[in-house]
Structures are given as structure tokens and as C-alpha cells.
Design a protein around this ligand. Structure first.
Ligand code: ADP
Ligand code: MG
Ligand code: ZN
Length: 324
């Protein structure tokens, strides 16, 4: 018998990952694509292309495809209603992809599938109450409550990235009408904005130097400069960590989770971002929840969404509730 595989696809505002994954959730192959600037048709084409690449290299029989998409989903109709950071709207995403791929397709929100992976086999395994934040182009959220994924009444809940931490804060990005959301203040996009601000405020910093030399101030460069000891770069990442901490303190007070798992591209900064987040939670959240909660990086790292999407596909094949 050929080895079983599903393909998990994590679609983000910056990149798409498609991985061939076995039933134990080990990754056998993954394909990556940049998605910036694509329209809806382009996004669908690139997703199909990446899935075909992963299927070819899967080293087994691909039975289904799972997608984690950064969209508000209406489970009554199976429609991806809107994405904050991508031009995806009012599309029966699972039906469209199933038609294109000729395979069963299951779809959920990207934050929800990251939570599924971390709860099933990662940093939150065995926990009953879990909060997951994926810090990337935007901020995705996922909740496990009482051992089960929590998606709200029609499936569009757990949008933790749009928790407001400053009522009069900056306009949120993309299609979010709010202001002062953590997505506006502590996402990878916000990190880049703060890096530009500090580079101009501190002309003597390595940050300013890198910009002057024509480097693009992306998150990875800011982290590298921070690791090299540049005070301005460290301040940028600490600010993002502290803002995340304010949001996590709210979540700790509301949900009393055993564990808060942080994933997404920005978590490549590791302790530089986690340390300040933990310190703010210790200062601001209420006892006794704040004293028991663990704030940890995703075990599946930047692949949490991809692995979770593959797990969603296995759940869907097994007819388990939650998948669609
Ligand atoms: P997506 O939003 O497509 O899911 P990612 O989770 O990879 O993508 O997040 C992309 C964001 O993460 C970008 O804003 C990028 O600048 C930031 N980022 C990527 N690598 C790092 C890093 N090493 N340190 C800090 N931020 C990073
Ligand atoms: Mg993502
Ligand atoms: Zn928002």
C-alpha cells in the first residue's frame, strides 16, 4: 500500500506554503510561493501550482488537501467572506479548489488550523484551553476551549488579531474597519513600520545604516541586527513583544488558558519577542491565571499552519466534526 499523505496549504499575506504530510503529521516535502500583488485568480493559480508540486514530491498517495486561509469564514454556506490582507472575497473556496484539484478539499481559517496542529501534536498537546496567535503579515488567532476548537456561531470567531489595545490607535490594515488592533500594532507589518520610525529617529543605529545602504527593512533583517546588539533594532522587537503582552494579558484574563502558543514569521525573533511579552503578562494579567499560563513558541514553527491544514484534511477524510 502506498504511504498516506494529505497536502496542507497555509496561505498568508506574504507567502503560501504547501506541504505533503503523513498521518503522524511529519512533513515530507514543502513548496513555497510569494503571494504579494496577486489578485484572487492569481492566488488560486499559485495555490494549485504549489499543491501540484507537493503532490508530485509527496512520496505517497495524496488523499485530500486542507487549506488554512486568512479569511473570515461563514460555515453556513462554506464561503470565505473576506480576507483582511489578501484580495479574497465571497468565494466558495473549498468547492473552487476541489474542482481545480480533483481531490477532496477542506478549509478553515489559518489561525484555527495552526491551533489544530499545536493542540494535536505540538506545544499545546494535552491542554484543554489554548490560545494561539500567529504573528505574520497580520495576526491570526485560534482557540481551543474545553478541548475543542472554538469558532463562534457561524465560524468567523477567534479573530484575536483584531483585539483592540488602543481605542484611538492607528487604522488597522487591509479590510479591517477598526483602529488600534494588535494586528495594526504588533504584526510583522507593524514591526517593519516601527523599524522605519526608529531608523529615522536614531541616525547612528545599524538600523539607520542598513536603510541608508539600500537594504529593505524586513523583519528578518531587524532580528539579525537585534541579535548583533543594535539597540534600535532591539527596541523595535521589544516594543512588538510588549504590545503582544498587553493583548495576551487580556486573553489570559478572559480564557485562563494553560498555554498561549505564538507562531508566524515574527517568532523567528524568538526570546527577543517572547521575553517582553511574558514580562508584560506577568505585570498586567490577573492572578491566578497569570501565574499558571505558559507562553511558548509554536513547536511547528513557521509550518504550524501548513501542518494544521494537513491535519484538517485527515480529519475531514475521517468525517470528524470541524472539518469542511
Ligand atoms: P504570512 O503572513 O504570509 O503568513 P509569515 O508568517 O511568514 O507570512 O510572516 C511574514 C512577516 O514576518 C513579515 O512581516 C516579515 O517581515 C516577518 N518576519 C519574517 N521573518 C522574520 C524574522 N526573522 N524576524 C522578525 N520578523 C520576521
Ligand atoms: Mg500566516
Ligand atoms: Zn483590525
Amino acid at each position: 500500500m502506498p504511504a498516506r499523505r494529505t497536502i496542507g496549504v497555509d496561505l498568508g499575506g506574504t507567502k503560501l506554503l504547501a506541504g505533503a504530510v503523513d498521518p503522524e503529521l511529519a512533513v515530507h516535502y514543502s513548496a513555497q510561493r510569494a503571494v504579494a500583488g496577486l489578485d484572487q485568480a492569481g492566488l488560486i493559480e499559485i495555490a494549485v501550482d504549489a499543491v501540484l508540486e507537493a503532490r508530485e514530491a509527496a512520496d505517497g498517495e495524496v488523499e485530500a488537501v486542507g487549506f488554512g486561509i486568512p479569511c473570515l469564514i461563514d460555515r453556513r454556506t462554506g464561503t470565505a467572506v473576506v480576507a483582511v490582507n489578501l484580495p479574497l472575497a465571497d468565494i466558495a473556496f473549498a468547492d473552487v479548489m476541489a474542482e481545480r484539484l480533483g481531490l477532496p478539499v477542506f478549509v478553515d481559517n489559518d489561525g484555527n488550523v495552526a491551533a489544530l496542529a499545536e493542540h494535536r501534536a505540538g506545544a499545546a498537546q494535552g491542554a484543554s484551553d489554548v490560545v494561539v496567535l500567529t504573528i505574520g503579515t497580520g495576526i491570526g488567532g485560534g482557540l481551543i476551549l474545553g478541548g475543542l476548537p472554538y469558532r463562534g456561531a457561524i465560524g468567523s470567531g477567534a479573530e484575536l488579531g483584531h483585539m483592540v489595545i488602543d481605542m484611538d490607535g492607528p487604522r488597522c490594515q487591509g479590510n479591517c474597519p477598526n483602529r488600534g488592533c494588535i494586528e495594526a500594532l504588533a504584526s510583522g507589518t507593524a514591526l517593519i513600520r516601527e523599524a522605519h520610525r526608529l531608523a529615522s529617529e536614531r541616525p547612528d543605529s545599524s538600523l539607520a545604516d542598513a536603510l541608508a545602504q539600500g537594504h529593505e527593512l524586513v523583519g528578518a533583517l531587524v532580528t539579525e541586527l537585534a541579535h548583533d546588539g543594535d539597540a534600535a533594532a532591539i527596541e523595535v522587537i521589544e516594543l512588538i513583544g510588549a504590545r503582544l503582552g498587553v493583548a495576551i494579558a487580556n486573553l489570559v484574563n478572559i480564557f485562563n488558558p494553560q498555554v498561549v502558543v505564538l507562531g508566524g514569521g515574527v517568532l523567528a525573533a524568538g526570546e527577543l519577542v517572547l521575553g517582553p511579552a511574558r514580562a508584560v503578562v506577568a505585570q498586567r494579567a490577573l492572578p491566578p491565571s497569570r501565574d499558571t499560563v505558559e507562553i511558548v513558541p509554536a513547536r511547528f514553527g513557521f509550518e504550524a499552519g501548513m501542518v494544521g491544514a494537513a491535519a484538517l484534511a485527515y480529519d475531514g477524510l475521517a468525517g470528524r466534526p470541524g472539518a469542511r
